[in-house]
Write a protein that binds this ligand. Structure first.
Ligand code: GLU
Length: 551
């Protein structure tokens, strides 16, 4: 099975309009006004083909419900901004839908149905995938360890049992579990957004003239700067205060905050975030450490010229007090996964370079003092916050938002980290799963049948090389020893043809068929003979004789 990187490079599906949202390289910062799926000139034959696929009874009509169900099964929900208009039309439509009507109802975004019918979304078997996510959610629900943050009463009062998980893919497929519509404070998970905004406005060189990009190896709010007197990175408090100081410094604070809210709205597909004023006031009232950090940076002349440091601090507290639901946050994560283009609106919010920098630092510094461990075991860019927020990005595939208020001693959501552990145990999402282990994990960007054929191919390949370790690993993970490729060639054919006696013995022990015929009618015995491997031939014949005697 191919691992995420390979998929990311090669396996983006070919659904034309959706593909155009992420494949065509667009000039950085270019804003795309139209929603994905805009495809005024969808060829008539395409529409007909899709309609025929929906019209299972060949009745010349399809029910509105069948259309909605097809979209829903693929994670395209009825509140999706891309189809809002079509759903309104569909709801006011009476009776079943004809070919001409479907073309009219989905005029601008027909590709969303087309991709659903043709299995061209990034996660083709979305219901199967979300079923497994649901299982992981249920398992994590049992975890009760940790304690809610109590440094301000507003967080200490949060119901610790709350738990939400939401997913959005880079094609805008969505699913959510638990308390996904309950707003929570973003806290430190605002740091990637602040940093990205600073990068967009000033560029990498200027921004990193004021903030480093090394993990600090210290607590997130430790009173420490790097040897140049700068914050270690933008994912810890000092660095985030620095990012805030660089966002629209020339504007009044109210306008700066409006701009941040506007970016959060765009990142989350058009739904504005909330703001928790009591958290803000409480944060500000108990922020001695953040004040100390800001004064320390001021003393070291770390801020850009003319920075109003106290205003930057205030702005930082405001940014931490922004509230989102897990559903919204998953779209933010998906926008980062989609290189800065929001999958729900097709609008570019951040440039590719900004997102690359942001994900790099989330990867190395996003999980407080657990960042190295998280990068090692989970292998994904993520950012947590003391509210129990956790945003995880699977580049070019999807974004996750997890929220559960109980934290471990390092400040990360206990269930959030556990969820990620289980996620990468089952799916090949770890950044380096293409190097090892990937055969044991599922790749949701592939159909099950494709995964099976990948496994067969790997086993055949291992058999031809006589790689016993690899063969036994694949078999242990369910590879079928008698599975054949398109030409009917089994692992035993290849092991026999290459004279791999040890592999032949291993496969025979596991009931591989010495008389399986390939498409030309040749058996492994024939292969061993043709390629002059008498020892292998003898073994195979003995096995066949044994089998005959036994029957
Ligand atoms: N508002 C918090 C602080 O600055 C953010 C803490 C966090 O989520 O890491 O202390």
């Amino acid at each position: 099975m191919t691992a995420p990187q390979a998929i990311r490079a090669t396996n983006k599906k070919n659904c034309p309009p959706l593909q155009s949202t992420k494949r065509k390289s667009r000039a950085p910062n270019q804003t795309v006004k139209s929603a994905p799926g805009v495809n005024a000139a969808e060829p008539k034959e395409q529409i007909e083909k899709v309609f025929r696929a929906l019209d299972r009874r060949n009745a010349g009509v399809v029910s509105a419900q069948a259309i909605i169900d097809t979209l829903k099964k693929n994670g395209i929900l009825i509140d999706d901004p891309r189809i809002r208009h079509s759903i309104l039309k569909l709801n006011s439509h009476t009776g079943p839908v004809t070919l001409a009507q479907i073309a009219d109802i989905f005029d601008a975004n027909f590709s969303l149905i087309e991709c659903a019918v043709k299995d061209r979304y990034i996660v083709p078997q979305f219901s199967a995938f979300t079923g497994e996510i649901n299982n992981i959610f249920d398992e994590c629900m049992q975890v009760k360890d940790g304690a809610v943050a109590d440094y301000i009463p507003q967080l200490a009062r949060i119901d610790p049992e709350q738990f939400a998980v939401a997913i959005t893919t880079t094609d805008g497929q969505r699913a959510a579990y638990g308390d996904f519509d309950t707003p929570y404070c973003v806290q430190s998970s605002c740091k990637p957004v602040n940093y990205a905004m600073a990068l967009e406005q000033h560029g990498e060189e200027f921004v990193h003239g004021h903030v480093g990009r090394e993990p600090s190896g210290r607590g997130f709010n430790e009173l420490a700067l790097n040897p140049k007197g700068l914050p270690h990175n933008p994912m810890i408090n000092a660095g985030a205060i620095m990012s805030c100081s660089m966002i629209d410094p020339e504007m009044p604070l109210a306008d700066r905050f409006d701009h941040v809210v506007q970016i959060w709205t765009k990142l989350s597909g058009g739904s504005p975030p909330g703001f928790n004023n009591s958290v803000f006031l409480s944060e500000k009232a108990t922020a001695d450490r953040n004040f100390a950090l800001a004064y320390f940076m001021q003393e070291k002349r770390a801020f850009p010229k003319n920075t109003n440091m106290l205003e930057a601090l205030d702005f930082y507290f405001q940014a931490c007090s922004i509230e989102v639901t897990a559903r919204q946050m998953s779209v933010v994560a998906a926008t980062l996964a989609n290189s800065g283009v929001c999958p729900m609106t097709n609008e570019r919010i951040f440039s590719n370079d900004t997102v690359k920098n942001c994900l790099s630092l989330m990867y190395s510094c996003g999980m407080y003092d657990f960042s190295g461990e998280f990068a090692f075991t989970i292998g994904l860019p993520a950012k947590s916050g003391v509210s129990g927020a956790l945003m995880v990005v699977i580049p070019q595939v999807m974004g996750f938002a997890i929220w559960s208020p109980r934290l471990d001693e390092l400040g990360n959501s206990v269930r959030g980290v556990e969820f990620c552990r289980k996620l990468v145990e089952r799916f090949s999402f770890h950044n380096y799963d293409n190097i090892s282990n990937h055969a044991t994990k599922k790749d949701p960007t592939k159909r099950e049948a494709q995964q099976r054929s990948d496994q067969t191919y790997q086993l055949i390949n291992a058999a031809s090389l006589g790689d016993i370790n690899e063969i036994s690993r694949l078999v242990a993970h369910g590879a079928e020893v008698n599975a054949a490729d398109y030409d009917g060639r089994t692992p035993l054919h290849l092991a026999a043809a290459e004279g791999r006696l040890e592999a032949v013995d291993y496969l025979l022990l596991r009931q591989a068929e010495p008389t399986a015929k390939d498409r030309w009618g040749a058996t492994p015995i024939d292969d061993a003979k043709r390629h002059r491997h008498p020892d292998v031939e003898k073994r195979l014949r003995a096995r066949r004789a044994g089998l005959c005697a036994a029957t």
